[in-house]
Ligand binder design. Structure first.
Ligand SMILES: NC(=O)c1ccc[n+]([C@@H]2O[C@H](COP(=O)([O-])OP(=O)(O)OC[C@H]3O[C@@H](n4cnc5c(N)ncnc54)[C@H](O)[C@@H]3O)[C@@H](O)[C@H]2O)c1
Length: 264
């Protein structure tokens, strides 16, 4: 399936687990790939090889997504090298387990800067270039089911992801007349990346978590990438301002649990 041939995709935090899976899936479908991250960590060359094996072009830049100026420079550099960017996946994020009783202004601000503002800077820079170039495009934010359910141990992350959802809706409405579709993929708990690191340290927690998910499965990074690719598919022409929630039913349980408490 090469329905993205001729397109260029840009992915922030693209050396992370979900970012890499998105890069490979979009390349498999024909897109050339520009990726940024905060450090190389030995992950650039293996990813480059994988993308180039698919006969796609690949570019990596060190770039901090929370710095609007740096994001603008990165977008310009990718465009110069690979051509007009028609697909954007704002994916970079951080999470720190700090509950409200231990919250500091610095921790709060860091989450907003990276997860909310950083994602917006990338999406907006790409959308503005598309409008200037009169090109249609797709933006797929990587959100989280945590954006609509309270998680007491990561409130700053939840607030940033909730804000991201409104950024998605606002951009979807504004850019629809320009043929730019803006959506969000909201994964549940993925057995990789941010959660994967926690599970590696505490494998028992992975099992405990799995047992609480209605479908009894943790999500894998490739499945997130599949949903991103679906939203980038040119045949998918009417979906904008949508949240593709893929949480194995977790948010349903939260509601059910709350109702139970109310009944008692
Ligand atoms: N893993 C999960 O369970 C899960 C669940 C729901 C949503 N998500 C979302 O998926 C996305 C990817 O996360 P992941 O799980 O692959 O984690 P990850 O840590 O593997 O990837 C995140 C990447 O972002 C990079 N990054 C962090 N700050 C950055 C910055 N300022 N500028 C540029 N890059 C930066 C990191 O270096 C890392 O490579 C995130 O948006 C996350 O919120 C993850």
């Amino acid at each position: 399936m090469h329905n993205l041939t001729g397109q260029v995709a840009i992915i922030s935090g693209g050396l992370g687990d979900i970012g890499q899976a998105c890069a490979v899936e979009l390349a498999r479908r024909g897109a050339d790939i520009g990726v940024s991250d905060l450090s190389d960590g030995g992950r650039v060359e293996p990813l480059r090889k994988e993308i180039e094996k698919l006969d796609r072009r690949f570019r990596f830049d060190l770039s901090d997504t929370s710095d609007a100026g740096a994001v603008g420079q990165w977008v310009a550099a990718v465009e110069e090298d690979l051509g007009p960017i028609t697909l954007a996946v704002p994916n970079a994020a951080i999470v720190e387990m700090v509950d409200l009783s231990s919250m500091t202004p610095e921790v709060w601000q860091r989450h907003l800067d990276v997860n909310l503002s950083g994602s917006f800077y990338l999406a907006h820079a790409v959308a503005q270039r598309l409008v200037q170039q009169k090109l249609p495009g797709r933006i797929v934010f990587i959100g989280s089911w945590a954006g609509h359910a309270v998680h007491g141990h990561i409130p700053a992350y939840c607030v940033a992801k909730a804000g991201l959802r409104m950024a998605c809706f606002s951009m979807a409405e504004h850019y629809a007349p320009y043929g730019i579709l803006v959506n969000e993929v909201a994964p549940g708990i993925v057995n990789a990346g941010l959660s994967g690191k926690v599970f590696e340290e505490d494998p028992a927690l992975a099992e405990q978590t799995r047992s609480k998910i209605p479908i009894r499965e943790l999500m894998e990074a490739d499945e997130v990438a599949l949903h991103v690719a679906y939203l980038c598919d040119p045949r998918n022409r009417n979906m904008t301002g949508s949240v593709l929630l893929c949480d194995g039913g977790l948010s349903l349980v939260t509601a059910t649990e709350t109702n139970k408490i109310k009944k008692d």
